[in-house]
Design a protein around this ligand. Structure first.
Ligand SMILES: O=c1ccn([C@@H]2O[C@H](COP(=O)(O)OP(=O)(O)O[C@H]3O[C@H](CO)[C@@H](O)[C@H](O)[C@H]3O)[C@@H](O)[C@H]2O)c(=O)[nH]1
Ligand SMILES: [Mn+2]
Length: 732
């Protein structure tokens, strides 16, 4: 390809491939849908005469209507899957000297929940991207307003002078020092100078940990940088002025590493916090970053990562550029979302934290309709879109100009002028949080922001390379997992009810497939009702000896059997296809149930309370540290309970209820010795039996375990009383 071929006629910078066996899948989906319809027909044509049973029956029908409807929604993300790949050689051949500036935002919020060592490892990993250094600017947003975090970043800025040349010289991966040093040692064989860089890292870690233990920054360190003086006027984490410090000014010719190579710009920002102003959580932090960075580096592309999501692939920025700079399609793309992957997963993935089906199947399916969701981390945005820009054809040529940082002011001048943009008062009377930047008032600021971008006419792309772009930390206890999903289900459900509902605002603005796909997540919360119904009522009626499903010899049994068997096989098939195991699949089924009966229920109730003005939804930050005791159990895939949260009481009660119904119900059935009884109750025995088997870890936690992660005795007592009481009430 000669130089003349630049532009319209050139080979594309990325490629899109359709999933294999698409038509076979579609046939299968249609057959499944017929099965679901038959179940509905059965329900309508077999309504019992008895009034009580009629009610139970109709609610069962409603549950099945919902499940069927929800299943149809989930087809949108399987119907049209696509996979992307990039051509980075073409990119550098054509655009190496025209690559755009990239501003990278790392968010942290609390130095105890999110240790500063973790945050600076993320910072170092993104500083070390394989990308022209003078075009990279890294911003650490510290909502904890912590001098310890500032100190850690200062240390990182020094360490980067050794780390960046080391990474580039040996072309190592991953470029988070902590992650790199903990990889298998045979990778290190040829790397000279490894022990000395490791020693430098450990010394730095020591100094930071010492300061953390001490609870304050020692005087001799405080005198090293003017920035520390800012903390003289900080009264608390929730009450302080904006602190903005440019730790490395990339434009400064003296800001170089030990080999004389340029360093990326590195900025510490802690936006103003006042008790009188709501800080709007991460969305507030991101909006402050968007404004402050526009003054300092104004990169055309913004990468956003959580402080626990280090870069695992030094090519990701170039990958993202392949999408944005593609001559044919690049101008339509608002953001490039990488999957959320985790590096602390265990063998059997007991909390289903990998969310592998979302990452491997569903998001590729949404990509087919032009719109993976923005999920808050590992996402590259176009700056104009993120700040509120509408899609237009004009974006076609914007990356063709040469990049130069136009900013003239010195770093200290910038600190003064840009700082104002992060003050509380700045947003008053502006569109920030509404039509500009990330949206406020929703616990999933990311998803709602992404949706509004799609509604403004933009597309997004999902990029899932074999070497994962980013690795983060998944929750390591059942409680944390359930609370995280409560926040997500609540936030997603609020979107449906908000101005931006995919079923209201989205109509005509985004494709039907994309509307449906958004609904899958937005309707997580209401799933709690039919699931609770299905896991309680058929079992109680088994106990009573009343059949709610067709008998095994009836032709109506067939659609039930078909739907159950194929649903199990296809979901298992998806798991095995993506290299997962039977055990992981089984664990995911359990968590699927647990989330629906607890997280989604609480998310559902809180959303309703919110709508009627009784509550405000917050943002509980997910813990990134665990005690040794707890993490030992996590590594062994032993489920962690440990406290008597209302969620655990629900789980335990449901488990006990099903156990009682199964044993007592079977016993009553055997006493009755009517074979027809077993035939007509077969599906209820199966369902109840499934619920008992999937709840085995709960019984274990209630009755057999001795460690601190077991269920507290109070939960055991309460759940037994509740379950037995319900059974008695139903029977007598
Ligand atoms: O007031 C706040 C609260 C949180 N954060 C940061 O937000 C990020 C995500 O918080 P975390 O507690 O780790 O939540 P997760 O559930 O893991 O976050 C997922 O879901 C969130 C939306 O619910 C998205 O914002 C995140 O990007 C996405 O990773 C972290 O870097 C925090 O430091 C802030 O900057 N300010
Ligand atoms: Mn997180």
């Amino acid at each position: 390809m000669g130089n003349g071929s630049e532009g319209e006629g050139a080979l594309p910078l990325f490629e899109t491939k359709e999933a294999k066996f698409k038509n076979a899948y579609r046939l299968f989906a249609i057959s499944m849908f017929i099965g679901i319809c038959m179940i509905w027909v059965y329900r309508i044509t077999h309504i019992p005469l008895n009034l009580e049973e009629k009610w139970v029956w109709m609610l069962l029908f409603l549950s099945e209507l919902w499940f069927g409807f929800y299943w149809v929604l989930t087809q949108s993300v399987r119907w049209n899957r696509v996979y992307r790949s990039t051509f980075k050689d073409r990119l550098s051949h054509r655009y190496e000297d025209k690559l755009p500036g990239v501003d990278i935002f790392v968010c942290t919020a609390d130095p105890t929940i999110e240790p500063p060592m973790m945050a600076i490892n993320t910072v170092l990993s993104v500083m070390a991207y394989n990308y022209p250094t003078e075009k990279l600017s890294v911003y650490l947003s510290d909502d904890g307003g912590s001098d310890l975090t500032f100190y850690a970043l200062l240390e990182a800025s020094e360490f980067s002078k050794y780390w960046l040349p080391f990474c580039k010289k040996f072309n190592i991966e991953p470029r988070s020092p902590a992650a790199y040093f903990s990889t298998e040692s045979d990778l290190f064989v040829d790397v000279e100078g490894l022990s000395s860089i490791k020693q430098l890292y450990e010394e730095m870690e020591n100094r930071i940990e010492t300061a953390a233990k001490l609870g304050r920054i020692p005087e001799e360190i405080r005198t090293k940088h003017k920035g520390f003086s800012e903390w003289n006027s900080v009264s608390s984490q929730r009450d302080h002025q904006t602190i903005l410090q440019v730790l490395i000014d990339g434009r400064n010719p003296n800001a170089v590493d030990i080999d004389g190579g340029a360093l990326p710009t590195l900025v510490y920002l802690s936006r103003e916090k006042r008790p009188s102003h709501h800080h709007k959580f991460k969305a507030g932090a991101m909006n402050a970053l968007i404004r402050v960075s526009s003054k300092i580096s104004n990169g055309k592309i913004i990468l956003n990562v959580d402080c626990d999501m280090y870069s695992n692939n030094s090519e990701s920025v170039r990958d993202a550029c392949c999408f944005f700079m593609d001559e044919q399609k690049g101008h339509e793309i608002a953001f490039v979302q990488f999957p959320q992957s985790f590096d602390n997963l265990t063998k059997n993935d007991i909390y289903a934290s990998s969310m592998s089906i979302i990452g491997e199947v569903e998001f590729s399916g949404i990509d087919g309709y032009g719109g993976p969701l923005y999920i808050g981390t590992g996402c590259f945005h176009r700056r104009e879109t993120l700040s509120g820009g509408k899609y237009s054809e004009n974006y076609k040529f914007e990356y063709k100009e040469n990049f130069v940082n136009q900013v003239q002011e010195s770093a200290s001048e910038l600190e003064k002028t840009a700082k104002i943009l992060a003050d509380c008062a700045f947003e008053e009377g502006t569109q920030w949080g509404k039509e500009m930047g990330l949206k406020y008032g929703c616990p999933v600021e990311d998803v709602i922001t992404g949706l509004s971008i799609h509604c403004r006419g933009w597309k997004s792309v999902y990029f899932n390379p074999t070497r994962k772009g980013f690795l983060g930390i998944a929750p390591t206890t059942l409680g944390q997992t359930l609370v995280q999903h409560k926040r997500w289900s609540e936030g997603d459900f609020q979107i449906i009810l908000s101005k931006y509902g995919p079923l209201s605002y989205g109509v005509g603005r985004i494709k039907l497939g994309l509307q449906m796909a958004y609904c899958i997540y937005c309707f997580w919360a209401p799933n709690c009702l039919p699931t609770l119904y299905y896991s309680v009522i058929p079992s109680l009626y088994l106990l009573k000896g009343i059949s709610l499903f067709p008998r095994i010899t009836s032709p109506w049994f067939l659609p039930f059997a078909y739907v159950i068997i194929t649903e199990i096989l296809s979901s298992l098939g998806e798991f095995l296809c993506f290299g997962s195991t039977l055990q992981c699949w089984w664990n995911e089924q359990r968590i699927w149930l647990f989330k629906r009966t607890t997280s989604y229920l609480f998310g559902f109730i809180d959303t309703l309370l919110n709508v009627f003005g009784f509550a405000n939804s917050g943002f509980d930050i997910t813990a990134k540290l665990t005690d040794e005791d707890v993490s030992k159990r996590y590594e062994k895939d032993i489920m962690e309970f440990g406290n008597s949260s209302p969620m655990f009481i629900i789980l335990a009660t449901l488990a006990m209820l099903n156990l009682v119904c199964l044993l007592w119900g079977l016993q009553r059935m055997i006493m009755n010795t009517k074979t027809s009884n077993f035939e007509s109750l077969f599906l209820q025995v199966l369902l109840c039996g499934f619920l008992v088997v999937i709840n085995l870890p709960i019984y274990n936690g209630l009755f057999f375990r001795k460690d601190n992660g077991r269920m507290p005795t109070s939960v055991t007592v309460k759940s037994i009383i509740l379950a037995v009481l319900t059974c008695f009430l139903i029977l007598y």
